[in-house]
Design a protein around this ligand. Structure first.
Ligand code: DLL
Length: 433
């Protein structure tokens, strides 16, 4: 179902002219209300009047996470605090968080984008949505919550954690949809199975899963264990929160970016140049409708590519391929660039392995080393040690053949690795400790 026929199916030409109108407006707005942008525009030798076509976007400066840090906490806001009704913050792994702000209208826009996302997943006001994204500073919980209400569905504001209680409510309230990270849904499935519950017999029909990279293999695993359709939702606090892009039920191949609200570019992270159509690179977003915290050409560090082929769902918005990882999660092992999701794809092809793994980067002398710890199923674990060693060798060989890196593989006991209630942390980098 399409939530907003008027905008989601706009023909390309009309969409682009709307984008241009909005881009001019937002450039004007940041130039006159945000000191940082005024200075950046001047340094780049551009004024808002220089924007005559969408192509002129290239002339505007990028915004980076460092710019957000330098203006911490409220320096990039474009309206006075009296007009701001909500703050969120994303948890940086180090130091201060990134703070983002919303006016009343921003909250309405965001709720609509989330309602569109739910509708793209086939949900209607008849659905019950179990929302296990964390409520609080994280944008996942409240973002999905307002969207579910906007759609008119019934929302269960569960938040993250309390896993056994979640299972009880999944049984008793009979939600038809669940929102959480893919890794947490697997943890829920595992806990339910341990409690002797047939997780396939729940009323759940669809998962709206995101906030972390996950692979097609992980999708298959989730769908198989819960008998649901698992769809990918993308977003980031700086740009809005969840609901920047959403996979549709009909296409299930790439996420539609809500282009009436955002302009997307894909750049070469090294040069900052826009890459040719369809090539992989770093996603860059410009917000077109945000009032409190507009951003121009924000560098996300997320790696993806755009797909411009027509989608059978009827939306005209461009699609982005599922994010393969963040450029700062990418590690380089002896000259080869590797994303954790590539390793996930390889290990999940191998029977007897569980979708729980940890990657430990270290250094021996001047050489980087990678250890992959992966859980095996109960059945495999009871095998003889020699068979386990054979399996370790087989995994190491597959990693070498498919990704081109040498890794030490260590099979570990079922359920021995840490589980996560929100975003999974799978990489431990000991190289600089
Ligand atoms: O994770 C917003 C969100 C909440 C998205 C719920 C989807 C569902 P942040 O905490 O600011 O916001 O983290 C944003 O998470 O730059 C990506 O690196 C990653 N990310 C988000 N969605 C996906 C996804 C929320 N579907 C950062 N696939 C982003 C891969 C994702 N990575």
């Amino acid at each position: 179902m399409i939530f907003n026929e008027e905008f989601e199916t706009l023909p390309r030409e009309a969409l682009e002219s709307l984008q241009l109108k909005r881009l001019k407006h937002i450039a004007e707005r940041v130039y006159h209300t945000v000191g940082h942008y005024h200075k950046k525009f001047e340094e780049a030798g551009v004024t808002p009047e220089d924007i005559r076509s969408l192509d002129d976007l290239k002339r505007l400066p990028f915004t980076t996470k460092q710019d957000l840090r330098d203006n911490y906490p409220f320096g990039l806001f474009s309206v006075p605090m009296t007009n701001i009704v909500r703050l969120h913050a994303s948890s940086g792994t180090t130091g201060k968080p990134t703070v983002v702000a919303y006016t009343k209208r921003d909250i309405e826009t965001w709720a609509e984008l989330m309602a569109r996302s739910f509708a793209a997943a086939g949900l209607t006001r008849n659905d019950i949505i179990h929302n296990a994204y964390g409520y609080g500073l994280f944008t996942g919980g409240l973002g999905a919550h307002y969207g579910a209400e906007k759609l008119g569905a019934s929302v269960i504001p569960m938040s993250g954690g309390n896993t056994k209680k979640q299972i009880m409510l999944l049984q008793d309230f009979g939600p038809t949809a669940i929102c959480c990270t893919p890794s947490y849904l697997l943890y829920l499935a595992e806990t339910g199975e341990e409690m002797g519950i047939d997780m396939k017999s729940l009323r759940l029909r669809v998962g709206i899963l995101g906030a972390e990279p996950w692979s097609e293999r992980m999708r298959a695993e989730i769908e198989g264990r819960l008998d649901i359709t698992a769809l990918d939702i993308y977003g980031l606090s700086e740009i809005m929160g969840p609901g920047v892009a959403m996979e549709c039920l009909e296409g299930r191949n790439g996420l539609h970016i809500f282009e009436d609200n955002f302009i997307v570019e894909v750049i070469d992270p090294a040069t900052g140049e826009v890459v040719p159509n369809g090539q992989r690179g770093e996603l860059v977003f410009t917000t077109l409708t945000k009032e409190a915290f507009p951003l121009i050409r924000y560098r996300t560090k997320d790696i993806s590519r755009l797909m411009r082929e027509v989608c059978r769902c009827g939306r005209n918005f461009v699609r982005m391929e599922r994010v393969s990882g963040r450029s700062d999660d990418m590690f380089i092992i002896r000259g080869v660039n590797v994303f954790p999701s590539q390793i996930e794809s390889v290990i999940m092809e191998i029977e007897g392995l569980e979708p729980h793994y940890k990657l430990i980067l270290d250094r021996e002398g001047s050489l980087d080393t990678l250890e992959i710890q992966v859980e095996v199923s109960e059945k495999i674990f009871s095998d003889e040690i020699r068979q386990l060693q054979n399996l370790e060798r087989r995994i190491a060989k597959d990693i070498k053949d498919y990704i081109g890196i040498s890794a030490k593989v260590k099979l570990v006991e079922p359920k021995s690795l840490q589980r996560f209630e929100g975003k999974a942390q799978r990489v431990i980098d000991k190289r600089n400790i």
